[in-house]
Design a protein around this ligand. Structure first.
Ligand SMILES: [Mn+2]
Length: 356
């Protein structure tokens, strides 16, 4: 396992590479080219410049999160062929620059959904939270305005304004897409890109749906043990793998995360590790990473990662906003640094105990 942090680039992130380098044990960052749109080809020059900037700060570029997938691919329109060709070209350029991990998701319209980006907890920290009852009252096409008003002026990852300006149109386009069609479109995409991934040793790592159930009637296909196994079996090569996100899977108390980690051995290329508090069915708050602060057992989760011989990057996922920090919701420095250190502490203890 190697500890990493997500970084949004010098243009968008309040956190600097220099600060990330000072988190003990953090060796790299996970990032993306923020000025590109889904469907565009990433140039080799832009990839190299991003990599050089990170390496100059004494860190490695441990993986890309994300190379976003154009909606025409998810919907399965004839125009997907061009977007798949562009995606392959981007993968080739990444591969030539020695980048071997690409996180992506296949969620329609919204990359993730929350009802509050800054819910205050009793200790004065704020967290992202989800309440199905509140979501049910929101017009999905107005979702972005509601959240954006609450984002403190920061860019929200996966909520690109140009895409969200088209939310109404997107809902219309996804109307005929049920879970089976979405699944088949994902398999079609993966089969098309796998030869390139195999050639360059690129591990594709799909992110779980967040939350782990259908929101606004949109289909969900990566949210439980059964459907994830089906996806791995449909394209049975190592390069078709997972970003195992404990917070996304853990939004549902029905997911046994340590069991899932063990079952998917060999196919988990990237880990997002964070904790959530289950408040009621369909209602949860994000929490500090510490087991006792939430509903997930982080020791059992890290032990499962250790048992499968996880060698890929893990990052603390969202953190709370603490100590007066102003940053992108979920992505401040302080609580994620605490999370990284805690997870590394668990790892050291697990590793040393295993050797005794
Ligand atoms: Mn995640």
């Amino acid at each position: 396992m190697k500890m990493t942090l997500r970084w949004f680039g010098s243009k968008h992130d309040t956190v600097t590479l220099g600060q990330i380098r000072q988190i003990p044990g953090c060796v790299g960052v996970i990032t993306t080219l923020y000025d590109t749109k889904p469907g565009e080809v990433w140039s080799r020059e832009a990839i190299r410049a991003m990599k050089e900037e990170i390496e100059a700060a004494g860190l490695e570029l441990s993986g890309i999160e994300s190379v976003n997938i154009h909606d025409d691919i998810k919907i399965g329109l004839p125009t997907r062929e061009q977007y798949i060709a562009n995606y392959i070209e981007t993968l080739e350029n990444l591969g030539k620059e020695g980048i071997d991990l690409v996180c992506y998701n296949f969620m329609p319209v919204f990359d993730w959904t929350r009802s509050d980006l800054a819910k205050e907890r009793s200790d004065g920290s704020t967290v992202l939270s989800y309440d199905q009852e509140l979501i049910d009252k929101i017009d999905p096409t107005k979702m972005f305005e509601e959240l954006d008003a609450n984002s403190g002026g920061f860019v929200l990852p996966g909520w690109e304004p140009d895409r969200l300006a088209r939310v109404k149109e997107l809902f219309e386009m996804y109307k005929e897409i049920d879970e089976e069609k979405l699944f088949q479109n994902l398999v079609y995409f993966l089969k098309a890109i796998m030869p390139t991934c195999e050639k360059y040793g690129i591990k594709m790592a799909i992110h779980m749906d967040d939350p782990a159930w259908s929101v606004f009637g949109l289909p969900r296909i990566v949210n439980n043990k059964g459907n994830i196994q089906r996806l791995l079996d449909a394209v049975p090569v190592m390069n078709n793998g997972l970003t195992l996100c404990t917070g996304s899977l853990g939004s549902s108390p029905h997911n046994d995360i340590p069991d899932m980690i063990r079952s998917f051995k060999g196919r988990i290329h990237f880990g997002h590790v964070r904790n959530v508090i289950h408040l009621a069915p369909g209602k949860f708050d994000e929490a500090a990473h510490l087991s006792s602060d939430g509903s997930l057992d982080m020791f059992e989760i890290m032990k499962a990662f250790h048992d499968i011989g996880m060698t890929g990057p893990i990052r603390p996922d969202h953190g709370r906003m603490i100590w007066g920090e102003k940053a992108m919701p979920g992505y401040g420095l302080y609580d994620r640094a605490l999370g990284a250190t805690y997870l590394l502490g668990l790892w050291e203890a697990i590793e040393k105990s295993a050797k005794k």
